[in-house]
Design a protein around this ligand. Structure first.
Ligand SMILES: Nc1ncnc2c1ncn2[C@@H]1O[C@H](COP(=O)(O)OP(=O)(O)O)[C@@H](O)[C@H]1O
Ligand SMILES: C=C(OP(=O)(O)O)C(=O)O
Ligand SMILES: [K+]
Ligand SMILES: [Mg+2]
Length: 566
């Protein structure tokens, strides 16, 4: 009964559809992210009191006790615009052929990328390894905390690689053959290879075959052994390895393909690769239940005792919506994967599903990413549609932790401009909602499962409330695991949260969460000396000023301190 997926050879790593094949423009001179001449320097900062007069030359990797790691972009933002105007919504960019060079990755980091996503549906391990190393190098050399997210392929049914062509146009009324046969290249005309052996058996004459969630539609007209003949009824562009779903009587068909494993054997190899390269997040495609998340988490825990990798559940299938709460509870975060979700449930149900997922994640204190087609038209055009801006602003208004670019940054013509749009829309909408005081206060259930955790949680809730009522400039939190920072983020306070942690990997993981500005800093159990040193370090760089009002917390001390920076 078990069905298997055959995995077709990966596509050429730099195959961009011909209508999109331009070279990627340099960082646009207009709308430059931050007009800051200091972006070229490295950013481990020495305390003013430090014996070294040379600010900024602490060993890279920032292990010196008297240093603090922060990137130039954050520094410039804090210095020039103040705490209040920092962006709270985090940005994830999918790296692809349009953005894989060191210069392009740096341009994205400078433009506000908090997390780089690599999609294991595409590219080779060598290609992905190079991207991961570039991100790491950038972090080490320039003080960034860009996290790496690996997104698994999952057992989805998808097309082959079009015999090397970058794309193929399917016209209205044309008959195409979808086949599970192994063809020698060149492929016969109008033939598509399907990676799922059970395809011809599961599908029936009269079914609708949706490519890429409905970008192109076919009706099944005939089955001949392994070949399925289909008539194109909604024309469009077929892209290599596009995903396939089939519908019968207005509903998604889930035959034996529903029994395919969530994590395929190829996914396990990719996961081993991700573990050995030290990615920060693994996003699991087509999650159906909490078990698979628990399984992966224990697998990771057994393989890497020293480093933690957070597991994100992609909510995109019918089953994941049914088991939403259990899945989110088991995970370290979630993604609203609207691309496939829109092929699995009626499109008009996607917005309410998004709202529900975002809400559930916040209640359970898990970061959530809203993904797919946020700025789809910017794959080809330099400005977004008004509808896209409205969609982005809705996700910001829902106070999702992060927004994600897919094709816009992976293979579009305007990756930097797309990122700039996410950034400026986020900033504007956040400011608007703060000014209008329009954020509904959300009832936050207790998530702690021990009394001491409960104390920490209450401290965070109270500190966030005090921060709003007193109009403080920032909340400072000294956190070793990041947990206290994330509890503060959950409260979505009006002011930014400066999260100080001694671990570079915790710092990167915190970079996915709403409102957190993560710094790497070694600190002790002595809160007074931590604070004095932190104030001195930040003041020396002009990131805070005497008189700024700050609330300070630490996960080693059960207290809330309110003070002016001396
Ligand atoms: N590593 C890569 N190599 C080649 N192309 C890629 C890569 N990553 C992404 N792409 C391209 O960017 C498009 C959008 O990315 P994404 O949304 O992550 O994938 P998908 O369309 O498969 O869901 C992909 O369809 C593919 O054409
Ligand atoms: C993010 C998604 O997953 P992928 O791009 O891997 O299909 C999605 O389906 O929206
Ligand atoms: K994927
Ligand atoms: Mg998907």
């Amino acid at each position: 009964m078990a069905q298997s997926l055959r995995f077709l050879s990966p596509p050429p790593t730099v195959g961009i559809p011909s209508k999109l094949s331009h070279s990627v423009p340099p960082i646009p001179s207009l709308r430059r992210p931050f007009p800051c001449p200091r972006l070229r320097h490295a950013f481990s900062i020495c305390a003013a009191a430090s014996p070294s007069p040379d600010l900024g030359v602490v060993p890279l990797g920032g292990t010196a006790a008297s240093s603090i790691d922060v990137d130039a972009v954050t520094e410039a933002e804090l210095k020039e615009n103040g705490f209040r105007s920092t962006r709270r919504t985090k940005l994830v960019c999918t790296i692809g052929p349009a953005t894989c060079s060191p210069q392009q990755i740096e341009a994205l980091a400078v433009g506000g990328m908090n997390v780089a996503r690599i999609n294991m549906c595409h590219g080779t391990h060598e290609w992905h390894r190079e991207v991961i190393r570039q991100v790491r190098r950038l972090n080490e050399e320039k003080g960034f905390a860009v996290a790496v997210m690996m997104d698994t392929e999952g057992s989805e049914i998808h097309m082959g690689d079009l015999g090397g062509a970058a794309s193929a146009k399917a016209e209205d009324g044309e008959i195409w053959t979808f086949s599970v046969r192994a063809f020698n290249s060149p492929l016969p005309e109008r033939t598509i290879i399907v990676n799922y052996d059970g395809f011809a058996e599961d599908i029936r004459v009269g079914d609708l075959l949706l490519v890429d969630g409905g970008m192109v539609r076919f009706e099944v007209t005939e089955k001949i052994g392994p070949d399925v003949k289909c008539r194109c009824i909604d024309p469009g562009l077929l892209l290599p390895r596009a995903n396939l779903t089939f519908w019968r009587n207005g509903r998604l068909v889930r035959e034996r393909n529903a029994m395919l494993p969530t994590i395929s054997s190829k996914d396990w190899l990719d996961i081993d690769f991700g573990i050995s390269e030290g990615v920060d997040f693994i996003a699991v495609s087509f999650v159906k239940s909490a078990e698979v998340i628990n399984h992966l988490k224990s697998y990771i825990a057994a393989r890497c005792r020293d480093k933690e990798i957070a597991v994100l559940a992609k909510i995109e299938s019918v089953d994941s919506l049914k088991n939403l709460e259990a899945i989110i509870l088991a995970s370290d975060g979630a993604m609203v994967a609207r691309g496939d979700m829109g092929a699995q449930i009626p499109l008009e149900e996607v917005p309410s599903a998004q709202q529900k997922i975002v809400r559930t994640c916040r209640q359970l204190n898990k970061p959530v990413i809203v993904a797919s087609q946020l700025l789809e038209s910017m794959i080809e055009y330099p400005t977004p549609t008004r509808a896209e801006v409205a969609d982005v602003s809705e996700a910001v208004r829902q106070r999702a932790d992060a927004l994600m670019l897919s094709g816009e940054s992976a293979m579009g013509q305007y990756p930097d401009k797309a990122l700039a749009v996410l950034r400026s829309v986020s900033l504007r909408i956040e400011r608007w909602w703060r000014e209008e005081k329009r954020h509904e206060a959300m009832e936050l259930p207790v998530v702690a499962n021990s009394f001491s955790d409960n104390i920490i949680e209450e401290i965070c809730n109270s500190a966030a409330k005090m921060a709003n009522n007193l109009g403080v400039d920032a909340v400072f939190v000294f956190t070793s695991t990041g947990h206290m920072a994330s509890l503060l983020s959950r409260c979505r306070p009006d002011c930014p949260i400066f999260a100080f942690t001694s671990s570079t990997s915790v710092r990167r993981r915190l970079n996915l969460q709403w409102g957190l500005i993560p710094f790497r800093l070694s600190f002790s159990g002595d809160m007074e000396s931590n604070l004095n040193r932190t104030f001195a370090l930040l003041k020396a760089r002009g990131m805070i000023q005497s008189g700024d009002l700050v609330i300070a917390l630490s996960d080693q001390l059960q207290s809330i301190q309110v003070m002016n920076v001396p």
